[in-house]
Design a binder for this molecule. Sequence first.
Ligand SMILES: Nc1nc2c(ncn2[C@@H]2O[C@H](COP(=O)(O)OP(=O)(O)OP(=O)(O)O)[C@@H](O)[C@H]2O)c(=O)[nH]1
Ligand SMILES: [Zn+2]
Ligand SMILES: [Zn+2]
Ligand SMILES: [Zn+2]
Length: 268
Amino acid sequence: MCNTCGCNITPGNREFAYKPVNGMTPVSVLKNLLAKNNDQAEHNRRHFDRHRLLTVNLMSSPGAGKTALLEASIDALRDKYRIGVIEGDLETENDAVRIRARGAPAYQITTGSACHLDAHMVHDALHEFPLEELDILFIENVGNLVCPASFDLGQHRNVTLLSVTEGDDKPAKYPVMFRAADAVILTKSDLLPVLDDFDPARAELSLRNLGSRAPVIRLSARKNLNLGDWLDWLIGELVQKRGKLAADVLAQPVADPQSILSNTGMGG
Ligand SMILES: Nc1nc2c(ncn2[C@@H]2O[C@H](COP(=O)(O)OP(=O)(O)OP(=O)(O)O)[C@@H](O)[C@H]2O)c(=O)[nH]1
Ligand SMILES: [Zn+2]
Ligand SMILES: [Zn+2]
Ligand SMILES: [Zn+2]
């Protein structure tokens, strides 16, 4: 994470950054910001869990194809699953407009100068969604292979996209981002025949060298090629999440309202 460029301070957490506290150094301000971010992320996760949502954070460099993947996924799943999208960009509503054109609710966060989303910005966006009406909430993070990996948003899963136009050594160059990925998508695979220097096997080896066991899924959102493995992974995660939540509810002691009332002398 860049502690020097000021990108840790966002419109979402500015109030915590500048609280006048005696004896605070720049380092302690940054530590305080990250702690506040993590608290907020836990709170966000409780919102998602309460509504039985799967929340997926999409990360990549600018233009790797995050919005195109969302458009294709909404088209493929619209009959069975309700999808919402939180969009993060420095400026413009363009991506949210593209998502809404596919019939899904989308909320655009414009971060101004901040090159990542943080948990406070995501929390503000949550209240714009009817969460109880969704199955999957995507968060399209700001296009950037560095900072987004350092900020927990409360998501359940991270998906990192790598376009075949970017070079197969990206996992080696941006290890923090790729280590954080629960799945890696090689996008724009329709272009592989004209790119003689991108080897999907080499990209996967670069990822494995980081110790990652994340599945590597090759597809083209634009040409609607090989979307199946991605959709299977996504729905598998949703089913697993809901199974865990249900098990958690069953694991709680069963309260008997009648006995509570009689113990308090209020039962009749
Ligand atoms: N050939 C090809 N082009 C694609 C594919 N997916 C996306 N693109 C193109 O790549 C460009 C960027 O795609 P987006 O989906 O906007 O990428 P993004 O990651 O959302 O971009 P930012 O939000 O700006 O970071 C557009 O011109 C897309 O049409 C694909 O599968 N194949
Ligand atoms: Zn930065
Ligand atoms: Zn986008
Ligand atoms: Zn809340």
